[in-house]
Design a protein around this ligand. Structure first.
Ligand code: UD1
Length: 377
């Protein structure tokens, strides 16, 4: 069975790593890797391949940045002839980035079965580009692999047949559990001159936060206040750096000596940093899950989350973007008991999600799906 795995952006890489590794254990599977080039800076891509031991992609499309339509369209144009040439039995996509959506559309139109890993998450906020990507990808997928119970419920409400939905757990947590010892071995707090549990980590890149001048100004104001109480380490996404500069906020941020803006970190460095933090402030989806797996308090600077289990069974609080609330909630965490929470991890966040995913794919293939498709083609 030839499986073409398509990735493009930073949050895809830690999800595909354990899947590729697991596929390689099965002689009946020929896994291929396609990188669209949505993320292309060394710090957004190569570093992750190196840290996670992911092999060189078999095909690199070099698509790069653009508007949503440009980026999605270019990936589709590059994938169509490639899928034609490769004739995969299955296309596998992860997450909710534009590369995920583009690959899903091309696979569906070429009548190639599609597997979606991390299916069914919903923020119920269609102003989020990822929400649109998630809905469309799930509507087109033949195999939907979920990370938490709510996801199956969301999919059933959208009319997805129950037999297509497989609750397998969280492949990102597979990677986290495997890499944690190496990451902590880097001693990131000491390397940055910080006390373990004596600093906050911040990430920020979502358009609703960084492309809205008033919102970004407000967040920077809250950070300026908070950094008087606790050092804040901020590995900044390139788009956030651009937005801070465009709004003339770089200087305001630089004047806050304890707000340490730095270039994006690799997977291991960032995991090591996060594992030693007192609190994480973020608008990322993945970090909400990673902090829950680590037991580190997380404050999500958004109005909603598509990952409710991180709130109900994890360490996450969704607090919005009001500067007063950011300051108040962070102080509340700092005043509470220090140290990581010793919570049980959510069901199936156990390091074996990739194994279950590949097993489900093999069962699906054994049931004749692959032959049927080949005959239909
Ligand atoms: C994308 C995903 C988002 C994910 C995020 C993680 C979509 C719609 N969004 O957002 O879900 O959380 O990745 O990082 O797919 N840029 C660089 N170097 C790079 C890549 C991007 O400088 O290697 C800059 C460019 O100015 C680009 C901007 O960042 O225009 C945005 O990149 P893009 O891939 O469109 O979206 P992200 O914000 O990275």
């Amino acid at each position: 069975m030839k499986i073409v795995n398509v990735v493009g952006a930073r949050p895809n890489f830690m999800k595909v790593a354990p899947l590729l590794e697991e596929m390689a254990r099965h002689p009946g599977i020929e896994p291929l890797l396609v990188h669209t080039g949505q993320h292309y800076d060394a710090r957004m891509s190569d570093l992750f391949f190196r840290d996670l031991g992911i092999r060189e992609p078999d095909h690199y499309l070099g698509v790069g940045s653009g508007t949503h339509a440009q980026q999605t369209g270019q990936i589709m144009q590059a994938l169509e002839p490639l899928f034609d040439e490769l004739r995969p039995d299955l296309v596998l996509v992860v997450g909710d980035v534009n590369s995920t959506l583009a690959a899903a559309l091309v696979a569906a139109k070429a009548s190639i079965p599609l597997a979606h890993v991390e299916a069914g998450l919903r923020s119920f906020d269609r102003t989020m580009p990822e929400e649109v990507n998630r809905i469309v990808t799930d509507a087109l997928a033949e195999l939907l692999f979920t990370t938490e119970a709510d996801a199956a419920e969301n999919l059933r409400k959208e009319g997805v047949a129950a037999e297509r939905i497989h609750f397998v757990g969280n492949v990102m947590v597979d990677t986290l559990l495997k890499q944690r010892p190496r990451a902590e071995g880097l001693d990131m707090p000491a390397r940055l001159g910080l006390e373990p549990r004596g600093y906050a980590v911040l990430t920020l890149h979502r358009p609703s936060n960084v492309d809205e001048p008033e919102v970004l100004r407000g967040i920077v104001g809250a950070l300026a206040t908070l950094q008087r109480t606790i050092p804040i380490v901020f590995p900044a996404h390139p788009r956030t750096v651009q937005r801070l500069a465009a709004l003339g906020l770089s200087e305001a941020a630089a004047a806050s000596a304890n707000l340490r803006i730095m270039e994006p970190l690799g997977y291991l460095e960032f995991l090591g940093l996060m594992a030693g933090a007192r609190v994480v402030l973020t608008d990322s989806g993945g970090l909400q899950e990673e902090t829950t797996a680590l037991g580190i308090p997380c404050l999500t600077l958004r109005e909603n989350t598509e990952r409710p289990i991180t709130v109900t069974q994890g360490t996450n609080r969704v607090i919005g973007v009001s500067p007063e609330r950011i300051v108040r909630e962070t102080r509340r965490v700092l005043e509470a008991d220090a140290g990581p929470a010793d919570l049980p991890r959510p069901p199936l966040w156990d390091g074996r999600a990739a194994e279950r995913t590949v097993q489900a794919i093999l069962t699906w293939a054994d049931a004749g799906a692959v032959d049927t498709v080949n005959v239909a083609v």
